[in-house]
Write a protein that binds this ligand. Structure first.
Ligand code: PEP
Length: 250
């Protein structure tokens, strides 16, 4: 069954005490039961945040990335196996900041996806076009290549572990949100290509999240669209009340 999911991507923010306070503050507020909440803190806080979340049903954690190797001499890297050993359920893969600043390609991301699946992590796979690609109209083609080159080698069973996050780069951290119609159009398209590659049931059951300057004043309208199953939230997830308002806007 497709779930509504709201993920807070804290990126490289917060000192340890602030991270602990943030998760505790969110969890002290009333949250809708039927929305899965996922916190994606820095990997050095993942163990602690996961321990706090483990006392709540429907509250989970994600790493913001994993290494493209499973173990070995890769100084500074964090592997899928390490993340899973903490009891963490998800990993984000392919965030546009990783694609841009660390030159992550669809081919490398495919390797990360396989390692996540091998280690029983669910994947929040990010895709989305630049402003230039949106304006030139090539965004459908670009998004299709991101998804097909990194995910469509998976069999049906493994594809069921994938959550897609559509994040137009021009909307991330810019305060410029994509309109509900623009997002719905792309989400519908993504569901269509999943149906074509797999089947209708996998397409219907795949949660497709939106990310890009989502906040309490636009989340209700976004989440009321048929094909928008939640959000990947950056900036607004650092404020407990804003994050909870977003979660509760379904
Ligand atoms: C993100 O980084 O995934 C994101 C959506 O950020 P923001 O909400 O700040 O635009």
């Amino acid at each position: 069954m497709k779930k509504n999911i709201v993920v807070g991507n804290w990126k490289m923010n917060l000192k340890k005490i602030d991270a602990i306070n943030l998760v505790n503050n969110v969890l002290s507020l009333e949250l809708l039961d039927d929305v899965e909440v996922v916190f994606a803190p820095s990997s050095i806080y993942l163990s602690k945040v996961n321990e706090i979340c483990s006392h709540y049903s429907s509250v989970n954690t994600a790493s913001q990335d994993i290494s493209f190797n499973n173990n070995g001499a890769y100084t500074g890297e964090v592997s899928a196996e390490m993340v899973r050993s903490l009891g963490v359920k998800y990993t984000i893969i392919g965030h546009s900041e990783r694609r841009d600043y660390f030159n992550e390609t669809n081919k490398e991301l495919k390797k990360k996806v396989d390692l996540a699946i091998l280690n029983d992590l669910k994947v929040i796979f990010c895709c989305g076009e630049s402003q230039k690609q949106r304006e030139s109209g090539e965004y459908f083609h670009y998004i299709k290549s991101q998804i097909s080159e990194s995910l469509f080698h998976l069999d049906n069973k493994h594809f069921s572990k994938i959550v897609i996050a559509y994040e137009p780069i021009w909307a991330i951290g810019t305060g410029k949100t994509a309109s509900p119609d623009q997002v719905e159009e792309v989400h519908k398209y993504i569901r269509g290509i999943i149906k074509d590659r797999y089947n209708e049931s996998l397409a219907i059951n795949c949660s497709i999240l939106y990310g890009g300057s989502c906040n309490p004043s636009n989340s209700r309208e976004l989440f009321s669209q048929k094909n928008i199953d939640g959000g990947l939230i950056g900036g607004a997830s650092l404020n407990p009340q804003s994050f909870v308002d977003i979660i509760n806007s379904f």
